[in-house]
Design a protein around this ligand. Structure first.
Ligand code: PLP
Length: 384
Protein backbone atom coordinates (compact mmCIF):
# COMPACT_ATOMS: atom_id res chain seq x y z
CA UNK A 1 0.00 0.00 0.00
CA UNK A 2 1.54 3.27 -1.08
CA UNK A 3 0.21 6.67 -0.23
CA UNK A 4 1.36 9.84 -1.93
CA UNK A 5 3.00 12.56 0.18
CA UNK A 6 -0.17 14.60 -0.27
CA UNK A 7 -2.34 11.82 1.08
CA UNK A 8 -0.11 11.32 4.10
CA UNK A 9 -0.32 15.05 4.82
CA UNK A 10 -4.09 15.00 4.45
CA UNK A 11 -4.21 12.07 6.79
CA UNK A 12 -2.06 13.83 9.36
CA UNK A 13 -4.62 16.65 9.47
CA UNK A 14 -7.58 14.33 9.40
CA UNK A 15 -6.37 11.92 12.02
CA UNK A 16 -6.82 8.16 12.33
CA UNK A 17 -8.50 5.71 12.27
CA UNK A 18 -9.65 6.48 8.75
CA UNK A 19 -11.17 4.57 5.89
CA UNK A 20 -9.25 5.17 2.68
CA UNK A 21 -11.14 4.46 -0.54
CA UNK A 22 -9.40 4.09 -3.88
CA UNK A 23 -12.20 5.23 -6.19
CA UNK A 24 -10.25 4.67 -9.44
CA UNK A 25 -9.78 1.03 -8.39
CA UNK A 26 -13.48 0.78 -7.62
CA UNK A 27 -14.25 2.13 -11.07
CA UNK A 28 -11.95 -0.39 -12.75
CA UNK A 29 -13.56 -3.19 -10.77
CA UNK A 30 -17.07 -2.06 -11.70
CA UNK A 31 -16.10 -1.78 -15.36
CA UNK A 32 -14.63 -5.29 -15.34
CA UNK A 33 -17.80 -6.72 -13.78
CA UNK A 34 -20.04 -4.76 -16.11
CA UNK A 35 -18.19 -5.83 -19.24
CA UNK A 36 -18.21 -9.51 -18.29
CA UNK A 37 -21.89 -9.41 -17.31
CA UNK A 38 -23.21 -7.41 -20.26
CA UNK A 39 -21.47 -9.70 -22.70
CA UNK A 40 -23.81 -12.44 -21.48
CA UNK A 41 -26.83 -10.23 -20.97
CA UNK A 42 -26.63 -10.76 -17.19
CA UNK A 43 -27.98 -8.16 -14.75
CA UNK A 44 -26.04 -7.21 -11.62
CA UNK A 45 -27.59 -5.69 -8.52
CA UNK A 46 -25.07 -4.33 -6.04
CA UNK A 47 -25.67 -5.62 -2.50
CA UNK A 48 -25.78 -2.39 -0.49
CA UNK A 49 -25.16 -4.11 2.79
CA UNK A 50 -21.49 -4.63 1.86
CA UNK A 51 -20.95 -0.86 1.89
CA UNK A 52 -23.47 1.98 1.69
CA UNK A 53 -20.96 4.83 1.72
CA UNK A 54 -22.49 7.47 -0.55
CA UNK A 55 -19.33 8.19 -2.53
CA UNK A 56 -19.11 4.52 -3.47
CA UNK A 57 -22.84 4.13 -4.03
CA UNK A 58 -23.00 7.10 -6.40
CA UNK A 59 -20.25 5.65 -8.54
CA UNK A 60 -21.93 2.25 -8.58
CA UNK A 61 -25.27 3.85 -9.50
CA UNK A 62 -23.67 5.88 -12.29
CA UNK A 63 -22.40 2.67 -13.87
CA UNK A 64 -25.92 1.35 -14.22
CA UNK A 65 -25.94 -1.35 -11.55
CA UNK A 66 -29.15 -2.19 -9.75
CA UNK A 67 -29.47 -2.30 -5.96
CA UNK A 68 -30.00 -5.33 -3.77
CA UNK A 69 -31.36 -4.17 -0.41
CA UNK A 70 -31.97 -5.92 2.89
CA UNK A 71 -33.84 -3.21 4.78
CA UNK A 72 -36.38 -0.48 4.15
CA UNK A 73 -33.69 2.10 4.80
CA UNK A 74 -31.46 0.56 2.15
CA UNK A 75 -34.37 0.70 -0.31
CA UNK A 76 -34.91 4.37 0.58
CA UNK A 77 -31.21 5.14 0.31
CA UNK A 78 -30.89 3.58 -3.13
CA UNK A 79 -33.91 5.59 -4.30
CA UNK A 80 -32.39 8.77 -2.85
CA UNK A 81 -29.13 8.11 -4.68
CA UNK A 82 -30.83 7.66 -8.01
CA UNK A 83 -31.06 3.89 -8.48
CA UNK A 84 -34.01 3.13 -10.75
CA UNK A 85 -36.89 1.54 -8.78
CA UNK A 86 -37.21 -1.19 -11.41
CA UNK A 87 -33.64 -2.20 -10.62
CA UNK A 88 -34.15 -2.52 -6.85
CA UNK A 89 -34.76 -5.79 -5.05
CA UNK A 90 -35.59 -6.25 -1.39
CA UNK A 91 -34.33 -9.41 0.31
CA UNK A 92 -34.07 -10.48 3.93
CA UNK A 93 -35.49 -13.10 6.22
CA UNK A 94 -37.33 -10.61 8.44
CA UNK A 95 -39.00 -7.61 6.81
CA UNK A 96 -41.06 -5.30 9.04
CA UNK A 97 -44.42 -4.01 7.75
CA UNK A 98 -43.02 -0.50 7.60
CA UNK A 99 -40.14 -1.68 5.40
CA UNK A 100 -42.45 -3.61 3.10
CA UNK A 101 -44.63 -0.50 2.75
CA UNK A 102 -41.61 1.63 1.83
CA UNK A 103 -40.72 -0.81 -0.93
CA UNK A 104 -44.34 -1.07 -2.15
CA UNK A 105 -44.71 2.69 -2.35
CA UNK A 106 -41.56 2.95 -4.46
CA UNK A 107 -42.76 0.15 -6.76
CA UNK A 108 -39.44 -1.70 -6.67
CA UNK A 109 -38.60 -4.52 -9.06
CA UNK A 110 -39.17 -7.41 -6.66
CA UNK A 111 -39.28 -8.73 -3.13
CA UNK A 112 -37.18 -11.81 -2.50
CA UNK A 113 -39.51 -13.69 -0.20
CA UNK A 114 -38.27 -16.14 2.40
CA UNK A 115 -41.36 -17.66 4.01
CA UNK A 116 -45.02 -18.42 3.40
CA UNK A 117 -46.10 -16.03 6.11
CA UNK A 118 -44.15 -13.27 4.40
CA UNK A 119 -45.98 -13.95 1.11
CA UNK A 120 -49.30 -13.51 2.86
CA UNK A 121 -48.22 -10.30 4.61
CA UNK A 122 -46.87 -8.70 1.41
CA UNK A 123 -50.04 -9.71 -0.41
CA UNK A 124 -52.28 -8.06 2.16
CA UNK A 125 -50.13 -4.89 2.47
CA UNK A 126 -50.03 -4.60 -1.33
CA UNK A 127 -53.83 -4.80 -1.29
CA UNK A 128 -54.00 -1.97 1.27
CA UNK A 129 -51.70 0.24 -0.81
CA UNK A 130 -53.52 -0.78 -3.98
CA UNK A 131 -50.53 -2.10 -5.92
CA UNK A 132 -49.34 -5.41 -7.29
CA UNK A 133 -46.01 -6.63 -6.00
CA UNK A 134 -43.48 -8.73 -7.87
CA UNK A 135 -41.98 -11.49 -5.80
CA UNK A 136 -39.20 -14.01 -6.22
CA UNK A 137 -39.16 -17.04 -3.98
CA UNK A 138 -35.91 -17.59 -2.16
CA UNK A 139 -35.10 -21.24 -2.27
CA UNK A 140 -32.58 -22.84 -0.01
CA UNK A 141 -30.75 -25.20 -2.39
CA UNK A 142 -28.73 -27.05 0.26
CA UNK A 143 -25.40 -26.35 -1.45
CA UNK A 144 -22.35 -26.08 0.79
CA UNK A 145 -20.49 -22.86 -0.04
CA UNK A 146 -17.27 -24.15 1.60
CA UNK A 147 -16.77 -20.86 3.38
CA UNK A 148 -16.85 -19.81 7.05
CA UNK A 149 -19.96 -21.28 8.74
CA UNK A 150 -21.11 -17.81 9.85
CA UNK A 151 -21.35 -16.72 6.20
CA UNK A 152 -22.86 -19.93 4.84
CA UNK A 153 -26.52 -19.41 4.03
CA UNK A 154 -27.64 -22.14 1.64
CA UNK A 155 -27.79 -25.23 3.84
CA UNK A 156 -30.96 -26.82 5.24
CA UNK A 157 -29.90 -25.81 8.75
CA UNK A 158 -29.68 -22.09 7.85
CA UNK A 159 -32.52 -19.66 8.54
CA UNK A 160 -32.68 -18.38 4.96
CA UNK A 161 -35.17 -19.18 2.23
CA UNK A 162 -38.47 -21.06 1.96
CA UNK A 163 -37.82 -24.62 3.13
CA UNK A 164 -38.01 -27.11 0.24
CA UNK A 165 -40.76 -29.00 2.04
CA UNK A 166 -42.98 -25.91 1.85
CA UNK A 167 -42.49 -24.96 -1.81
CA UNK A 168 -45.52 -26.91 -2.95
CA UNK A 169 -47.70 -24.94 -0.52
CA UNK A 170 -45.92 -21.67 -1.42
CA UNK A 171 -46.69 -22.25 -5.10
CA UNK A 172 -50.38 -22.87 -4.45
CA UNK A 173 -50.65 -19.87 -2.10
CA UNK A 174 -49.05 -17.70 -4.76
CA UNK A 175 -51.76 -18.66 -7.22
CA UNK A 176 -54.33 -17.37 -4.74
CA UNK A 177 -52.55 -14.11 -3.81
CA UNK A 178 -54.12 -11.67 -6.19
CA UNK A 179 -51.77 -8.81 -5.31
CA UNK A 180 -48.62 -10.79 -6.01
CA UNK A 181 -46.91 -11.78 -9.25
CA UNK A 182 -44.26 -14.46 -9.12
CA UNK A 183 -41.41 -13.27 -11.33
CA UNK A 184 -38.56 -15.46 -10.33
CA UNK A 185 -36.58 -17.76 -8.14
CA UNK A 186 -33.87 -16.49 -5.82
CA UNK A 187 -30.82 -18.24 -4.40
CA UNK A 188 -27.90 -17.01 -2.30
CA UNK A 189 -25.70 -19.62 -0.71
CA UNK A 190 -23.07 -17.66 1.13
CA UNK A 191 -20.24 -15.20 0.91
CA UNK A 192 -16.50 -15.16 0.18
CA UNK A 193 -16.81 -18.19 -2.09
CA UNK A 194 -13.50 -18.80 -3.85
CA UNK A 195 -14.09 -22.30 -5.18
CA UNK A 196 -15.93 -21.70 -8.44
CA UNK A 197 -17.13 -25.33 -8.48
CA UNK A 198 -19.55 -24.30 -5.75
CA UNK A 199 -21.33 -22.08 -8.28
CA UNK A 200 -21.48 -24.98 -10.70
CA UNK A 201 -23.30 -27.03 -8.04
CA UNK A 202 -25.61 -24.08 -7.51
CA UNK A 203 -26.45 -23.99 -11.25
CA UNK A 204 -27.43 -27.67 -11.12
CA UNK A 205 -29.86 -26.93 -8.27
CA UNK A 206 -31.25 -23.82 -9.94
CA UNK A 207 -31.98 -25.87 -13.09
CA UNK A 208 -33.76 -28.50 -11.00
CA UNK A 209 -35.97 -26.00 -9.19
CA UNK A 210 -36.72 -24.03 -12.32
CA UNK A 211 -37.90 -27.26 -13.98
CA UNK A 212 -39.91 -28.14 -10.90
CA UNK A 213 -41.86 -24.89 -11.16
CA UNK A 214 -42.25 -25.05 -14.93
CA UNK A 215 -43.59 -28.58 -14.70
CA UNK A 216 -46.30 -27.15 -12.46
CA UNK A 217 -47.22 -24.57 -15.05
CA UNK A 218 -45.45 -21.60 -13.45
CA UNK A 219 -43.47 -19.28 -15.69
CA UNK A 220 -40.13 -18.20 -14.29
CA UNK A 221 -38.93 -14.96 -15.79
CA UNK A 222 -35.94 -14.28 -13.58
CA UNK A 223 -33.29 -16.56 -12.19
CA UNK A 224 -31.59 -14.67 -9.38
CA UNK A 225 -28.49 -16.56 -8.31
CA UNK A 226 -27.39 -14.16 -5.56
CA UNK A 227 -23.84 -13.06 -4.86
CA UNK A 228 -21.01 -14.49 -2.87
CA UNK A 229 -18.02 -14.26 -5.19
CA UNK A 230 -14.94 -14.06 -2.99
CA UNK A 231 -11.86 -11.89 -3.21
CA UNK A 232 -8.15 -12.46 -2.58
CA UNK A 233 -7.51 -11.14 0.92
CA UNK A 234 -3.89 -12.30 0.77
CA UNK A 235 -2.90 -10.45 -2.41
CA UNK A 236 -4.79 -7.16 -2.55
CA UNK A 237 -2.26 -5.58 -4.92
CA UNK A 238 -1.45 -8.38 -7.35
CA UNK A 239 -5.03 -9.67 -7.45
CA UNK A 240 -7.08 -6.53 -6.94
CA UNK A 241 -9.88 -7.28 -9.38
CA UNK A 242 -11.79 -10.56 -9.09
CA UNK A 243 -12.01 -12.80 -12.14
CA UNK A 244 -15.55 -11.81 -13.15
CA UNK A 245 -15.05 -13.38 -16.55
CA UNK A 246 -14.53 -16.86 -15.05
CA UNK A 247 -17.35 -16.34 -12.56
CA UNK A 248 -20.00 -15.34 -15.10
CA UNK A 249 -18.78 -17.96 -17.54
CA UNK A 250 -19.72 -20.72 -15.07
CA UNK A 251 -23.32 -19.52 -15.02
CA UNK A 252 -23.36 -18.93 -18.77
CA UNK A 253 -22.27 -22.49 -19.29
CA UNK A 254 -24.24 -24.39 -16.66
CA UNK A 255 -27.45 -22.46 -16.18
CA UNK A 256 -30.21 -23.73 -18.45
CA UNK A 257 -32.37 -20.90 -19.68
CA UNK A 258 -34.41 -19.63 -22.58
CA UNK A 259 -33.43 -16.35 -24.29
CA UNK A 260 -36.40 -14.73 -22.52
CA UNK A 261 -35.26 -15.72 -19.06
CA UNK A 262 -33.19 -13.09 -17.25
CA UNK A 263 -30.30 -13.96 -14.98
CA UNK A 264 -29.71 -11.66 -12.03
CA UNK A 265 -26.73 -11.45 -9.68
CA UNK A 266 -26.30 -9.70 -6.34
CA UNK A 267 -22.64 -8.95 -5.85
CA UNK A 268 -21.42 -7.12 -2.79
CA UNK A 269 -17.95 -7.97 -1.58
CA UNK A 270 -16.45 -8.69 -5.00
CA UNK A 271 -17.22 -5.13 -6.15
CA UNK A 272 -16.10 -3.08 -3.16
CA UNK A 273 -13.77 -5.03 -0.85
CA UNK A 274 -10.42 -4.26 -2.46
CA UNK A 275 -10.92 -0.51 -2.84
CA UNK A 276 -11.05 0.05 0.92
CA UNK A 277 -8.23 0.21 3.46
CA UNK A 278 -8.45 0.96 7.14
CA UNK A 279 -5.61 3.30 8.11
CA UNK A 280 -4.50 3.39 11.68
CA UNK A 281 -1.60 4.60 13.79
CA UNK A 282 0.36 2.66 16.35
CA UNK A 283 -0.54 4.03 19.77
CA UNK A 284 1.83 1.84 21.73
CA UNK A 285 4.14 -1.10 21.34
CA UNK A 286 4.47 -3.65 24.08
CA UNK A 287 6.54 -6.79 24.58
CA UNK A 288 4.58 -9.28 26.62
CA UNK A 289 5.95 -12.47 28.11
CA UNK A 290 5.24 -14.43 24.96
CA UNK A 291 4.25 -11.78 22.45
CA UNK A 292 5.05 -8.47 20.86
CA UNK A 293 1.99 -6.30 20.60
CA UNK A 294 1.22 -3.43 18.28
CA UNK A 295 -1.64 -1.50 19.81
CA UNK A 296 -3.50 0.49 17.16
CA UNK A 297 -5.95 3.37 17.34
CA UNK A 298 -8.36 1.34 15.17
CA UNK A 299 -10.23 -1.57 16.63
CA UNK A 300 -13.16 -3.92 16.13
CA UNK A 301 -15.39 -0.85 16.34
CA UNK A 302 -14.06 0.23 12.91
CA UNK A 303 -13.55 -3.24 11.38
CA UNK A 304 -15.33 -6.11 13.04
CA UNK A 305 -14.68 -8.95 10.60
CA UNK A 306 -11.64 -10.43 12.39
CA UNK A 307 -13.46 -10.41 15.75
CA UNK A 308 -16.75 -11.59 14.26
CA UNK A 309 -15.59 -14.47 12.11
CA UNK A 310 -11.82 -14.76 12.40
CA UNK A 311 -11.47 -13.08 9.02
CA UNK A 312 -8.01 -12.53 7.59
CA UNK A 313 -6.94 -9.06 6.49
CA UNK A 314 -3.47 -8.29 5.17
CA UNK A 315 -1.72 -5.89 7.52
CA UNK A 316 1.09 -3.64 6.28
CA UNK A 317 3.21 -0.85 7.57
CA UNK A 318 2.90 2.20 5.36
CA UNK A 319 5.99 4.09 4.30
CA UNK A 320 9.61 3.52 3.56
CA UNK A 321 10.91 0.62 5.64
CA UNK A 322 13.67 -0.89 3.55
CA UNK A 323 16.27 -2.93 5.37
CA UNK A 324 14.43 -2.65 8.66
CA UNK A 325 14.49 -5.49 11.14
CA UNK A 326 11.22 -7.48 11.22
CA UNK A 327 9.28 -8.80 14.18
CA UNK A 328 6.21 -10.94 14.75
CA UNK A 329 3.42 -8.87 16.23
CA UNK A 330 -0.06 -9.47 17.49
CA UNK A 331 -1.80 -6.45 16.00
CA UNK A 332 -4.60 -5.41 18.34
CA UNK A 333 -7.08 -2.59 18.84
CA UNK A 334 -7.87 -0.49 21.92
CA UNK A 335 -11.27 -2.02 22.65
CA UNK A 336 -11.88 -3.87 25.90
CA UNK A 337 -12.35 -7.31 24.33
CA UNK A 338 -9.72 -9.98 23.74
CA UNK A 339 -11.27 -10.65 20.34
CA UNK A 340 -10.27 -7.11 19.34
CA UNK A 341 -7.31 -8.39 17.36
CA UNK A 342 -6.60 -7.80 13.66
CA UNK A 343 -3.98 -10.49 13.30
CA UNK A 344 -1.73 -12.77 15.31
CA UNK A 345 1.97 -13.34 14.64
CA UNK A 346 2.05 -10.86 11.78
CA UNK A 347 5.55 -10.31 10.43
CA UNK A 348 6.08 -6.54 10.16
CA UNK A 349 9.02 -4.15 10.11
CA UNK A 350 9.93 -3.19 13.66
CA UNK A 351 7.44 -0.47 14.49
CA UNK A 352 7.13 2.39 16.91
CA UNK A 353 4.51 4.73 18.31
CA UNK A 354 3.01 6.88 15.55
CA UNK A 355 3.75 4.52 12.64
CA UNK A 356 1.04 4.19 10.04
CA UNK A 357 -0.56 0.75 9.55
CA UNK A 358 -2.79 -0.28 6.66
CA UNK A 359 -5.40 -3.01 7.07
CA UNK A 360 -6.22 -4.01 3.54
CA UNK A 361 -9.31 -5.24 1.66
CA UNK A 362 -11.62 -3.52 4.12
CA UNK A 363 -14.10 -2.06 1.62
CA UNK A 364 -16.78 -4.70 2.20
CA UNK A 365 -18.44 -5.35 5.56
CA UNK A 366 -16.05 -2.83 7.12
CA UNK A 367 -17.42 0.62 7.89
CA UNK A 368 -21.00 -0.64 7.62
CA UNK A 369 -20.46 -2.85 10.66
CA UNK A 370 -18.82 -0.09 12.72
CA UNK A 371 -20.20 0.48 16.19
CA UNK A 372 -20.07 3.08 18.92
CA UNK A 373 -18.97 0.52 21.50
CA UNK A 374 -16.72 2.20 24.07
CA UNK A 375 -18.23 5.49 22.86
CA UNK A 376 -15.76 5.63 20.01
CA UNK A 377 -15.26 8.63 17.79
CA UNK A 378 -16.72 9.07 14.31
CA UNK A 379 -14.73 7.35 11.57
CA UNK A 380 -12.76 9.62 9.23
CA UNK A 381 -12.59 9.26 5.48
CA UNK A 382 -9.97 9.77 2.83
CA UNK A 383 -10.72 9.32 -0.89
CA UNK A 384 -8.41 8.88 -3.80
C1 PLP B 1 -25.19 -10.48 1.54
C2 PLP B 1 -25.99 -10.83 0.38
C3 PLP B 1 -25.47 -10.67 -0.90
C4 PLP B 1 -24.06 -10.19 -1.18
O1 PLP B 1 -23.11 -11.12 -0.78
P1 PLP B 1 -21.57 -10.92 -1.18
O2 PLP B 1 -20.91 -12.10 -0.61
O3 PLP B 1 -21.12 -9.65 -0.55
O4 PLP B 1 -21.50 -10.88 -2.67
C5 PLP B 1 -26.30 -11.00 -1.97
N1 PLP B 1 -27.56 -11.44 -1.77
C6 PLP B 1 -28.09 -11.59 -0.55
C7 PLP B 1 -29.47 -12.08 -0.43
C8 PLP B 1 -27.33 -11.30 0.57
O5 PLP B 1 -27.85 -11.46 1.78
Amino acid sequence: MTLTKEEVEQLAQLGTPAYYYDLPLLEQTLDAAKTAAEKRNFHVHYALKANFNERLLSLIQSKGFGADCVSGNEVQKSIDLGFAPDKITFAGVGKADKEILTALRHDIFAFNVESIEELEVINSLAGEVGVKANVSLRINPNVDAHTHHYITTGLDENKFGVPNSELEIAASILRKCENLTLVGLHFHIGSQIVDLNVFKSLCVKVNEWKNWFEERGTTIKVLNVGGGLGIDYHNPDTNAIPDFEAYFEIFDKFLERTPKQEVHFELGRALVAQCGTLLSRVLFTKSGIKKNFLILDAGMTELMRPALYQAFHKIERVGDVEGAESLNYDVVGPICESSDCFGKEVLLPKSKRGDLIAIRSAGAYGEVMASKYNLREEIRYLYK
